[in-house]
Design a protein around this ligand. Structure first.
Ligand code: MTE
Length: 333
């Protein structure tokens, strides 16, 4: 599956044309408003913005309390012609154990999380370690919309229009040294607001994840800050999360506060809690079953049945398979 740009796939194939046109207008209008206001070019308060209020996307409300419209977003990068999941699907069926273990818990409880101000520390084996305010991290970057499949190891999947920046461009700014071979990511630890972190039996907190450096630098890997053209809802990992579309969803760590360049494979939350169930690599693979869930097929939310064939690397093999040359794909990693 190749990455296709908007020029190659008409947006009307992905969303219905009325909404597609509204969306293009929305990006243009909000972008213009941001320039006029002289605000951070990627962020535009939308509560009082009639252009943003008109935007309906493919589904869901135009303005949700706590969200902000994103401006200056590059044209879509579309990797699938499958129908997008609705805003409602994406924001109401979540895994975010810091807020509880039921799928509805994150939507119900994540509002308690304070996401502004937000800092991300980037350090370890690099020449220019720094503590970034989120605004400073995003300011020099242009946001991109990335329409990706998301496949959870539990056997369900969605198609999500993320907005974010390539992780590679962020890592390049801190200049990794030759010692950096892996990247470790850590979620915020704030049990007062993330009440699930008081439950020590679920996972070792804070949630951590990791990638090999070449995986982190792959052009598909992004740090997402929005979906459907607006900032992330807390339940989806506001204000900034990882998206690695060819791996099971648990690798895509939410609400990141620390990115560290390291010289060995870092421990990760799920691998530590059940190493025989969750490998470090965890590439989507229909040939290797999880002990409790077959991975051969998947259930597209909101559907009930596992009626879709799972694709190797979640359909992104053309972009990523070469990174795993020599690995036996029938094995658990
Ligand atoms: N990140 C943190 N910090 N905590 C979590 O519980 N769950 C993971 C991942 N990132 C999780 C996390 C899992 S299991 C999945 S499937 C995806 O987030 C779900 O992302 P979504 O809720 O936006 O669909």
């Amino acid at each position: 599956m190749l990455i296709k740009t908007t020029r190659e796939i008409p947006g009307s194939e992905i969303t219905d044309e009325k909404h597609y046109l509204q969306r293009r207008d929305f990006i243009r209008l909000v972008g213009g408003a941001a320039m006029i206001a002289g605000a951070a070019p990627w962020l535009q308060a939308c509560a009082a913005d009639p252009a943003a209020a008109d935007f309906a996307g493919t589904a869901g409300p135009a303005v949700v309390p706590g969200q902000t419209a994103l401006a200056n977003v590059k044209p879509k990068v579309i990797t699938t012609t499958e129908k997008l999941n609705s805003f409602e699907d994406i924001t109401s069926y979540n895994n975010f154990y810091e807020f509880g273990m039921a799928k509805s818990d994150p939507q119900q409880y994540a509002g308690a999380l304070t996401t502004s101000p937000w800092k991300v520390k980037i350090d370890g084996h690099c020449a220019k370690p720094a503590d970034y305010h989120l605004e400073d991290l995003l300011e020099p970057q242009q946001l991109e919309e990335r329409i990706y499949r998301l496949r959870c190891v539990e056997g369900w999947s969605m198609v999500v229009p993320w907005v974010g920046i390539p992780l590679a461009s962020v890592l390049k700014t801190v200049e990794p040294t030759g010692k950096a071979t892996f990247v470790k990511f850590t979620t915020l630890h704030r049990p007062k607001e993330m009440m699930g972190q008081n439950n020590r039996s679920s996972l070792a907190w804070p949630y951590t994840e990791g990638l090999r450096l070449d995986e982190a630098m792959n052009p598909l890997t992004i740090l997402a800050v929005g979906l459907y053209g607006k900032t992330l809802m807390n339940q989806n990992g506001a204000p900034i999360r990882l998206i690695v579309p060819w791996k099971y969803g648990f690798k895509s760590i939410k609400s990141i506060v620390h990115i560290e360049l390291v010289d060995r494979m870092p421990p990760t939350a799920w691998n530590q809690s059940a190493p025989e169930e969750y490998g470090f690599y965890s590439n989507v693979n229909p040939q290797v079953d999880h002990p409790r869930w077959s991975q051969r097929t998947e259930r597209r939310i909101p559907g009930f049945f596992k009626s879709r064939q799972t694709e190797m690397f979640n359909g992104y093999g053309d972009q990523v398979a070469s990174m795993y040359a020599g690995m036996d794909l029938r094995k658990f990693y």
